[in-house]
Design a binder for this molecule. Structure first.
Ligand code: PLP
Length: 215
């Protein structure tokens, strides 16, 4: 499955985050042996437990809802945090990254789905965050792009619309805040059920779990 998926993603240079949450270290080793180096987890303590048991050249992305009080468990090693949805969370990431002398790349998570349950910013909140003095003073985080999850639905047109919306948010923010910053370049969208639609809409990074690991 991994090789087939990688061939598909290669056509558009889309990166694969293999979402290994709830799966054991042995399952991660299996994909590692096949060449996969980028893994995603959504529980800070689970990620912090797996990290020392696995090879050091794995890049760990945090993709789930993150409480400020849990940033400390992952700050020393996390390669990217996809789920920044408030200034206060970003401030804590910055503070913890500074303790380790690191700069942590972050994505702004937008709420693009209809479901009440999905987290994320809207455009005014994202603009307020990026315009704030507090953000401008942060030296230990780097804004690398946006992330979003589409509604869980059979309606493909709706999924297309939501991903298109996220891409538009990305382009508006890039034009307003990151014109001279090629590091603001990632659109993290697409999961097992909707990654093909996400790629059509311009995803640079898909986060795929069940398709690779089973349920
Ligand atoms: C679990 C999860 C995924 C992967 O979902 P699958 O449907 O198993 O591919 C992607 N993104 C986030 C934020 C997740 O929590």
């Amino acid at each position: 499955m991994l090789q087939q998926l990688l061939r598909e993603l290669q056509l558009t240079s889309t990166k694969l985050v293999a979402v290994s949450k709830t799966h054991p270290v042995s399952a991660i080793e299996e994909l590692y042996k096949q060449g996969q180096r980028l893994f995603g987890e959504n529980r800070p303590k689970e990620m912090a437990e797996k990290y020392p048991q696995l090879p050091g050249d794995i890049e760990w992305h945090f993709i789930g809802h993150l409480q400020s009080s849990n940033v400390k468990y992952i700050a020393s090693f996390v390669g990217m945090i996809h789920s920044v949805e408030s200034l206060s969370l970003l401030q804590e990431i910055n503070r913890q990254a500074a303790k380790h002398g690191r700069v942590i790349p972050c994505l702004l998570q937008f709420k693009i789905a209809m479901e009440e349950s999905k987290y994320g910013l809207d455009m005014p909140a994202a603009e307020a965050l990026l315009s704030s003095d507090a953000f401008r003073q942060m030296k230990n985080v780097r804004m690398a792009g946006v992330m979003g999850m589409a509604t869980f639905t059979e309606d493909k047109e709706q999924i297309h619309r939501e991903f298109r919306q996220l891409k538009q948010y990305f382009e508006m923010l890039r034009a307003k805040f990151f014109q001279n910053d090629p590091g603001f370049c990632e659109i993290s969208m697409g999961m097992s059920g909707d990654y093909r639609i996400a790629i059509e809409e311009g995803s640079t990074m898909v986060r795929i779990g069940s398709l690779l690991f089973g349920r």
